[in-house]
Design a protein around this ligand. Structure first.
Ligand code: NAG
Length: 189
């Protein structure tokens, strides 16, 4: 009796595990963007590319982001994120048919597929953040099939037309100076 029960639990867990893949990437894939499949990522150049509609943004711009095949290989699954140079994931994708958000750092931090049909391309609209976030790159993982996938395919950089190196370093520098002054003050007393 106990044995059968255990087998049922294992089966159920296995089913939900497989189900999770067909219906999109899991949260454990947020950082390295690697599916939890047993095989390792392909190291050959990806037969897919990420094309962005703009390579410069100001706050609130809408930028199209297309993942597409470059040869004959279609893809079944994908995980798409926008990140700035510090590696922060930037929300801003809309949803299209058969897609959903994957919470990665924020509730809408990434988008992924909800079904595993073969696809030539998918196009999302990305709304650039209202406040300057530095240069942004789109990172994509594309899954051809369970054992064959390419991780972190990069788009061209979308340059922040507001931020210069100076403005993005201004705030951290300020904090550093204030903390230093504070420590200095403590030391003297
Ligand atoms: C963003 O990219 C541009 C062009 O490569 C570069 O000049 C600029 O310094 C970058 N911004 C930051 C904050 O590094």
């Amino acid at each position: 009796m106990g044995m059968i029960y255990l087998q049922c639990v294992v089966m159920l867990l296995y089913c939900s595990y497989v189900h999770g893949k067909k219906t999109g990437a899991l949260q454990s894939s947020c950082n390295d963007m690697t599916p939890g499949h047993q095989s390792t990522a392909q190291t050959s150049p990806a037969p897919y590319r990420v094309v962005v509609g703009k390579t410069k943004y100001t706050g609130g711009d809408t930028i199209s982001v297309t993942l597409q095949k470059t040869a004959s290989k279609q893809f079944r699954g994908y995980l798409i994120q926008a990140r700035n140079q510090a590696g922060t994931k930037i929300a801003g994708f809309n949803l299209i048919a058969n897609s959903k958000y994957l919470p990665c750092d924020s509730p809408k931090g990434a988008v992924t597929h909800t079904e595993a049909s073969d696809k030539d391309s998918v196009t999302f609209q990305f709304t650039a953040p209202q406040t300057s976030q530095g240069n942004i790159t789109i990172f994509t993982t594309a899954v051809e099939n369970y054992n064959t996938y390419w991780v972190m395919i990069k788009s061209d950089t979308i340059i922040d037309s507001v931020a210069t190196g100076a403005s993005s370093r201004f705030l951290p520098n300020c904090v550093l100076v204030i903390v230093s002054l504070f420590c200095f003050h403590l030391k003297r007393h």
